[in-house]
Design a protein around this ligand. Structure first.
Ligand code: FAD
Length: 432
């Protein structure tokens, strides 16, 4: 079938094998070709793409729940949505969640995803107690932070390149409400939004939406949002109906004018300087999930997300240069999200380093890849790096320069035979 990541660029023809048991995976692995693993395909680029793909879509049972400790053991294809639907009414939520709940536990571990609380709680691997992985030779190995550590540090953030993640035990957090106390504050400039992140550093969750086309003294104007779990005892699911983008939108619908208009309306959706709300956690954590198939908005050619992190000491300077370059080139992005990241962890390829991360979506066209290379050179000047879960085009050179544990990861893959069995378009492009 023709298949792509969430950005729909690149798309390739591939054979997809959906497995339901370890035996079925083993049967496939006996074949002479190499595989990429795939969950729900929510990584944007080519990390889950290969000629042969093993997908966990039918391997998603909950295996055990320790109701005292809040530890869930499940198969890797279980989605965050399924976990929330089952455990939120019982008073448990995910310790770390990305901006969509349509991702699998396997995908969350392989990308070592982060959420709006990275500055407090780190990446997804922080809540992973243990993992079971099927290695290239068909053996099944367990690993955790204190057992078989190398496999754990290579697999969390390792983009599915150490083996097939079969099961994981993850720590959930107790919550007393399905609602979040949210405060939204208008920031007139980039300097102001950086100050807000620092001022509200004690807030469990924080994020800012940026108007990336604002210029001059308004460069970086944003809506800063912070939040924390309520304690009102209401654990009900969200009753909101989902909308859907039914077909591919014509490519011209998205241009600098429509983005400018959207940004203006969005920025002015709060009247005063700040606003307090009580919102369901679906709306707080997963606003984009309310519109199903929203990736069709970018038309048939798809889009690419650019997510970089710039170390904290130079974060403001680096982001100023990036935003200036983007607005000078009139490259609109509906989604421009800024987050504060906390300390880096011990995983070899996890993305976060202490600093600020900016994520932007750009419609694919003939000039986009060159434009993104220019963004890379700015990020490189500040010792920043790009997030593999969003990448579809980074050069092997920039990747090597910005991920210092690459050689260790490569050697590990050679020693364990993974380099011959597990590969994606991305791993080939980046020399992983
Ligand atoms: C709207 C939206 C918002 C997002 N927000 C965030 C965010 O806030 N923070 C963040 O960190 N990410 C975010 N993401 C990215 C997303 O969380 C990650 O890409 C996630 O890993 C996708 O999970 P998946 O199940 O769809 O995996 P896929 O996209 O299918 O695969 C991703 C990677 O995981 C590997 N993989 C998948 N399953 C297995 C398995 N069983 N064994 C071994 N390897 C496996 C694949 O080989 C691939 O390398 C967002 C994505 C979208 C679409």
């Amino acid at each position: 079938m023709n298949i792509s990541g969430w950005g729909r660029y690149p798309a390739i023809d591939a054979d997809l094998y959906s497995f339901e048991s370890e035996k079925e995976i083993l049967a496939h692995m006996g074949a002479s070709h190499e595989y990429a693993a795939r969950g729900l395909g929510r990584s944007y680029g080519d990390s889950s793409l290969a000629r042969h793909i093993l997908t966990s879509s039918r391997y998603r049972s909950f295996l055990h729940f320790d109701g005292q400790a809040g530890i869930l053991t499940c198969e890797s294809g279980a989605s965050l949505e399924e976990i929330i639907d089952c455990f939120l009414p019982r008073g448990w939520f995910l310790a770390i969640t990305p901006g969509t709940k349509y991702v699998t536990v396997g995908g969350a571990i392989a990308c070592d995803v982060h959420g709006k609380n990275h500055h407090h709680d780190g990446c997804f691997s922080e809540c992973v107690e243990s993992i079971k992985v099927m290695l290239a030779n068909g053996e099944i190995a367990s690993c955790s932070k204190d057992q078989n550590e190398e496999l754990f540090y290579a697999t969390c953030g390792g983009m599915g390149l150490t083996g097939i993640i079969l099961e994981a035990s993850i720590q959930l957090i107790p919550v007393k409400s399905a609602y979040i106390d949210q405060t939204t504050i208008k920031a007139e400039s980039l300097a102001e939004v950086f100050d807000l992140f620092e001022e509200h550093i004690d807030s469990k969750y924080s994020v800012a939406w940026l108007d990336c086309l604002a210029t001059g003294e308004h460069l970086g104007r944003s809506l800063f949002m912070k939040g924390g779990h309520r304690i009102d005892g209401r654990l009900e699911p969200d009753k909101k109906k989902y909308m859907s983008v039914p077909v591919d939108m014509p490519g011209f619908t998205l241009n600098q004018y429509s983005v400018k208009l959207f940004n203006l309306l969005y920025y002015n959706r709060i009247m005063g300087k700040s606003k307090e709300d009580v919102v369901h956690l679906n709306g707080f954590f997963y606003p984009l999930d309310n519109v199903l198939h929203w990736n069709r908005m970018y038309g048939k050619k798809g889009f690419a997300q650019y997510q970089c992190v710039i170390p904290k000491e130079v974060g403001k300077d680096g982001m100023t240069r990036l935003l200036k370059y983007i607005s000078d080139n009139k490259r609109g992005s509906f989604l421009s999200v800024l987050k504060l990241l906390g300390k880096k962890n011990r995983n070899w390829l996890s993305f976060p380093v202490e600093g600020y991360t900016l994520a932007l979506d750009f419609k694919m066209d003939d000039t986009l890849l060159n434009f993104m290379n220019e963004l890379d050179s700015i990020v490189s000047d500040y010792d920043g790096r790009i997030y593999l879960a969003k990448d579809s085009r980074m050069s092997a050179g920039f990747f090597k320069q910005s991920y210092p544990m690459l050689e260790k990861f490569r050697s590990y893959r050679s020693e364990t035979g993974a380099a011959e069995k597990f590969n994606s378009l991305q791993s080939r492009r980046l020399g992983l």
